[in-house]
Design a protein around this ligand. Structure first.
Ligand code: MEV
Length: 327
């Protein structure tokens, strides 16, 4: 038996813009995907997942990914299909072909903007690798998880799986080696969940279509987001939370201009700002999911209390330095 834990993430700035090559900042946080892999005596890949409401979902396929059985609805198939790909690709990269049982126990709310599918794919790949007797090779895990991400949405930037694989706080640009950032000791990221799930793939596609339809209007927003993200790196490094907050607010408005905010997200963002957060923005794909507020220890309780009244849950995210690990 082998087990792997992979962290989820928040995107601090630059989501969506990162898909088209602009930089983004992301951080691994202490909500984990926990995956166990066991040998199977069948020539099959079986994946079992228990969701946050304690419901069990199972998908079973042949060794070449032909689905032969699944519980419940099409949705189970859709959610677990990328994980099947991550496991299969890991075996391909390691030149192994064997039956395997995967058990997923994730504490990350799915489709909330916290990178749940990426964290589960990364953990599933790492657990598979360990079970098959190989040392953890993060590059291989990343490659297998990237194939899984491509099922979730056609055009992933790779930021979610990078952060779940390597951890920490990073500046990420598609196709480049991520830069590890020094994180501020003062900054606290308070996340609040609207309660509304959103399909990342569809939203990413809508944004790209908007950009294609109105390039002369939308392209400047990308340039602005890129510049903002680079400047934010310095403000966070120098613990200048006042200016960091201003840039986060601008980033939120840029995402709003792309149609990614909702009444509920705006409500939470405005409550956080009014109660003394340095800045607040949606994070992840948008149109639901989560937002976060940048606070310090003086404003933490005030903002938390106000958000708790309106959000499905509020969570003080701890940044984790380590990425996926195996046991
Ligand atoms: C989703 O967590 C982040 C997006 O920028 C998509 C991506 O980068 O692949 C919306």
């Amino acid at each position: 038996m082998a087990r792997a834990l992979a962290p989820s993430k928040i995107i601090i700035a630059g989501e969506h813009f990162v898909v088209e090559g602009e930089p983004a900042i992301a951080s691994a946080i202490d909500l984990f995907a926990d995956v166990t892999a066991e040998e199977s005596y069948e020539n099959a890949i079986r994946i079992e997942s228990v969701d946050l409401d304690n419901r069990k979902h199972v998908i079973k396929s042949t060794l070449n990914e032909r689905i032969i059985d699944y519980t419940g609805k099409e949705k189970t198939k859709k959610t677990l299909r990328p994980i099947l790909r991550a496991v299969r690709k890991t075996m391909d990269f390691l030149n192994v072909n064997t039956g395997i049982d995967i058990y997923i126990n994730s504490k990350i709310p799915p489709s909330a903007g916290l990178g749940s599918s990426a964290a589960v794919a990364v953990a599933a790949s790492a657990a598979t690798m360990k079970l098959l007797g190989f040392e953890l090779n993060k590059e291989t895990v990343w490659k297998a998880a990237f194939e899984a991400e491509r099922i979730v949405h056609k055009n992933p930037s790779g930021i979610d799986i990078t952060i779940s694989t390597y951890g920490g706080m990073i500046l990420y640009k598609k196709g480049e080696k991520p830069v590890i950032l020094k994180r501020s000791e003062k900054a606290i990221f308070l996340i609040a969940y609207t309660g509304k799930r959103m399909p990342t793939g569809k939203i990413v596609e809508e944004v790209l279509n908007l950009k294609k339809s109105f390039p002369e209007i939308i392209n400047p927003l990308y340039i602005s987001a890129g510049a903002l993200t680079k400047k934010l790196v310095d403000y966070l490094k120098n613990e200048d939370l006042v200016n960091a907050g201003k840039l986060l607010n601008i980033n939120h408005e840029l995402l709003s201009a792309l149609g990614l905010s909702t009444f509920k997200i705006d409500l939470l963002v405005n409550i956080a700002r009014k109660k003394g957060a340095y800045g607040a923005k949606l994070t992840g794909a948008g149109k639901g999911g989560v937002m976060f507020a940048l606070v310090d220890k003086d404003s933490l309780e005030r903002v938390k209390e106000a958000l708790t009244k309106r959000a499905k849950f509020v969570y003080e995210a701890k940044i984790v330095d380590e990425g996926v690990k195996v046991f």
